[in-house]
Design a binder for this molecule. Sequence first.
Ligand code: 16G
Ligand code: MG
Length: 547
Amino acid sequence: MSINLRTVYAFAREMYPKINAEHIQYGTAGFRGKAEFLDSVMFRMGVLATLRSRYREGAVIGVMITASHNPEPDNGVKLIDPKGEMLEPSWETIATDLVNVTDQDLEQMVATIIKDNKIDINSSSYVYVGMDNRYHSPRLLKAVADGVIALKGNVREYGIVTTPMMHYFVVAANTKEAYGKPTEEGYYEKLITAFEKIRNGQLETGNYRNNLIFDGANGVGARKMLQFIKRMSNSLNVNVINQGIGSGKINDECGADHVKVKQRPPISMPDLEPYSRCVSVDGDADRIVYFFNNDSGQFRLLDGDRIATLIAGYLMELIKSCNINLRLGLVQTAYANGASTDYIVNKLKVPVSCVATGVKHLHHKALEYDVGVYFEANGHGTVVFSDHAKLIIKESAQINQNAKTLLLIIDLINETVGDAISDMLLVEVILSHKGWDVKDWISTYEDLPNQQLKIKVQDRNVIETTDAERVCVRPKGLQDEINKVVSNYKCGRAFVRPSGTEDVVRVYAEASTEDDTLQLAYEIGLLVQRMAGGVGPELTKPSNAHL
Ligand code: 16G
Ligand code: MG
């Protein structure tokens, strides 16, 4: 094979010229922005994925085209490393450099990456590409594929898939199918087989009912849930709303982000019977929250913290009952409600670690446990099992029924990344085993009222934090002021951090009453405005929680 780097330059100039001079950065969500400016970014990410595959000795690298929970005009791209993890941080920097270079300098930059990383440019390379159902995604997918072709890599297109499906395909291919078949059918088969074996025909127990309303956010999750339903026996009755057919726009007034942030049900919701179980996923189906209305019509949310405590508590019970010795832990972020942490540590006796925001931090920490459960409050999360844990569980499963269930759960959960549909199936298994309805589930603990604010400042990076973002070390003196304010509130807790996805500083506050929480968030917001270069009008006190 002979590769001429001029091809990269020629392709770029002719078909994917860089039309936006604004500097963009590969962040926790990869690259994201308005779709019309992303063609050159996509082409270059195709080039980079090909180089990365060669650097990793021909392992499959994934590329997912999606802007997740963002509005429809946005799109984005993320690379998936061979074991299904997010792209290695040193290559995030390379990605940032590569998309910001001019068309003229592109050829030279590619040559530098090849040289610096000692890449054998004539070796094989494999790139898998998938996309969400935004109308501009096919155009952007072609740009990625052309990037791969420009460097004579092999590209496999999966069409419309969820983000977690892409992670699954990459791992399945790189483990030579030990994790499953790297096809859409292989994915359904693995999850559905495990789910139906665990259910074992026992559909309704105690207060658990077998019906569920699924809000697909007009995104990929809706389509894939319909595919699940087609292939499942009657093990779960799912009514899919916001299917993305007709005029419904992705994430518009629906989906996990809408439900969590606005604290209200999505549009197109049928009249809800009190306590009927509903679930919302985001546009690319890697986030999930549950919700219901109580008998006075009040909306109640069961977010990532609730799902995490349910799963961790259940896995702990199963492990104990098998008499096997495995270290189980839960990983959360500073956004986890204090009541959830208190419940899981003191009632369920599960150890908890706290890490910085972003899936990669949680995933990394969870790998330190034999069984690591991780969830962000916003609904990103999954469970990872170490090789040692898998071995012990397998042995025990020869004689113990609960270990058999654990073994099936390993197949049911998508270990590669948080997967809304797989998480949902696991929650359904647990609720059904416990004979619980949402009322039983929510009564495990009472959330502390909480409030988030966004503060605009001149430069959000003047805020530096440590200790999993719970302590602010810069600007100097800000943390002392925060501590003083917080000490005036019962059960008060607050922190500030620069957002990784928006040009704002985020404030989080919780306290024992709703009024106190609003006042605490307000006071901390004012401190940020005063001490971290706030711009715009002075903050006014928010009047209701969950803005
Ligand atoms: C990204 C992260 C998400 C995190 C959010 C925080 C991934 C796949 N996604 O969407 O985990 O909660 O950023 O946004 O890591 P923020 O920094 O603007 O608060
Ligand atoms: Mg998402």
